[in-house]
Ligand binder design. Structure first.
Ligand SMILES: *Cc1c(COP(=O)(O)O)cnc(C)c1O
Length: 425
């Protein structure tokens, strides 16, 4: 099949994320990717500004990651995890327990972020059920969040920008607090404090857990809020006996300048979800970690955690994840993220006065340009591809979260392309 026939087949038969089958957005065929460059089938090279949705922190086609994959492939790509175990899972679990906040020491492996959120929700609900409080089964979260596309996860996504309207009749009803107005770098406002205090005081008796993305709300709108808000929410959870679930699927592994965003507020969650950059973007893998209290509570009186995906703790993915974390730990990621942050502040900051721009936000290796009107995605992407960059806007957001290995020149190409793209708005 020729290239255009293949692309035509793709358009007609294969769903892409959040697209129509009859009128899809264009999809560009990729030949290969290496370092921070994605090579299209027509030979054009694009500098990657997305890390394939937060994942490819070391860049693509990394020789050491490839070697880790090959070495594990020689042993086994997969065995079931029911009744069997293996070194890749054991070593990865040890590493995760070691690097995450103190109390977390029990690990559940699954194959995607959304599933790890489902597992976190099950852990919380099962914990209260097993400890004599079945009435504590609801969740509280903040607006503007994103936690995945499965039903439990969807129920705590933002009710407006999320998918609540379409699935209204079948989604569990959760409790939403306004998105914090206190920005990262600011103190906790009295308004934010009052809102979260009131909501938790009113509902704690029916709450299994508070679920939130620490400090950075990703796909729900790319908002960065004050770590003091996170600290206050954690304090209230402890006082009122509600579990805290930290969804670090986007923020984990250094993106915000700390290994985990919880560290900005020295918060020890009861449950933490990891995914995305866990395998450095090589494969689907996620983990839900919890503390002894929750693990022992669920297991009291012979209780078992009711989940067990087919590809649980896939050895290939675990081996790759461990290598990715090793690369991170052995490399200068903190200075890389800080250098990227400074450059994004300088170069995106210069676009602040552009008439199409309503806000510029930078935190860690994440840069966000919010526009006054929604971005025409297909048209904007065509411009970006012509400029030799890969940036995928959504709604009124054009944002960058490049691989940590990107050099200054390539990052400037990304920010200049955004400048050029804004001119069509
Ligand atoms: C992407 C994301 C998820 C869902 O992960 P998938 O692997 O896409 O299922 C959940 N929570 C957050 C914060 C995310 O960014």
């Amino acid at each position: 099949m020729g290239l255009s026939a293949s692309v035509d087949f793709d358009r007609r038969h294969i769903w892409h994320p959040y697209t129509s089958m009859t009128d899809p957005l264009p999809a560009y065929p990729v030949e290969s990717a290496s370092g921070v460059r994605i090579r299209l089938s027509n030979g054009r090279e694009l500098i990657d500004g997305m890390s394939s949705w937060w994942c490819a922190i070391h860049g693509y086609n990394h020789p050491e990651m490839n070697e880790a994959a090959r070495a594990q492939l020689e042993k086994t790509a997969h065995v079931m995890f029911g009744g069997l175990t293996h070194e890749p899972a054991i070593k990865l679990a040890r590493t995760l327990i070691d690097i995450t906040p103190d109390g977390l020491r029990h690990v559940f492996f699954s194959d995607s972020g959304s599933v790890s959120v489902e597992v976190a929700i099950k852990m919380a609900i099962q914990y209260w059920g097993a400890t004599g409080h079945p009435e504590k089964h609801r969740l509280l979260t903040i607006r503007g969040g994103y936690h995945g596309d499965t039903f439990g996860a969807m129920s705590v996504c933002d009710p407006v920008t999320g998918m609540h309207e379409r699935f209204r009749r079948v989604l569990p009803q959760q409790i939403f607090v306004e998105r914090p107005v206190s920005k990262v770098g600011e103190a906790l406002s009295s308004e934010d404090a009052r809102r979260i205090e009131t909501a938790l005081t009113d509902h704690h008796h029916e709450l299994a857990a508070v679920v939130l993305e620490p400090v950075v709300q990703g796909a729900g709108g790319m908002w960065f809020y004050s770590p003091e808000y996170l600290a206050r929410a954690a304090e209230l959870c402890a006082e009122l006996d509600v579990l805290l679930i930290a969804d670090e699927i986007a923020t984990g592994f250094g993106r915000t300048g700390r290994l985990f965003a919880c560290e900005h507020a020295q918060v020890d969650p009861d449950i933490m979800c990891l995914g995305k950059a866990l395998t450095g973007g090589y494969m689907g893998l996620a983990a839900t970690l919890t503390n002894a209290r929750v693990a022992n509570g669920i297991s009291a009186d012979g209780g078992v955690l009711m989940h067990g995906p087919t590809f649980m703790a896939n050895p290939l993915a675990c081996a790759i994840a461990r290598k990715s974390i090793e690369l991170l730990q052995d490399g200068p990621w903190t200075s890389r993220v800080s250098v990227i942050e400074h450059q994004l502040r300088r170069e995106l900051g210069a676009l602040r006065e552009h008439p199409a721009v309503s806000d510029i936000r930078v935190f860690g290796a994440i840069g966000v340009v919010q526009t006054r009107r929604p971005v025409p995605v297909a048209e904007m992407q065509r411009i970006f591809v012509e400029q030799g960059v890969w940036i995928r806007p959504f709604n009124d957001l054009i944002y960058l979260m490049p691989p940590y290995v990107i050099c200054a020149e390539d990052l400037t190409r990304l920010t200049s392309a955004i400048g050029a793209g804004l001119d069509i708005l």
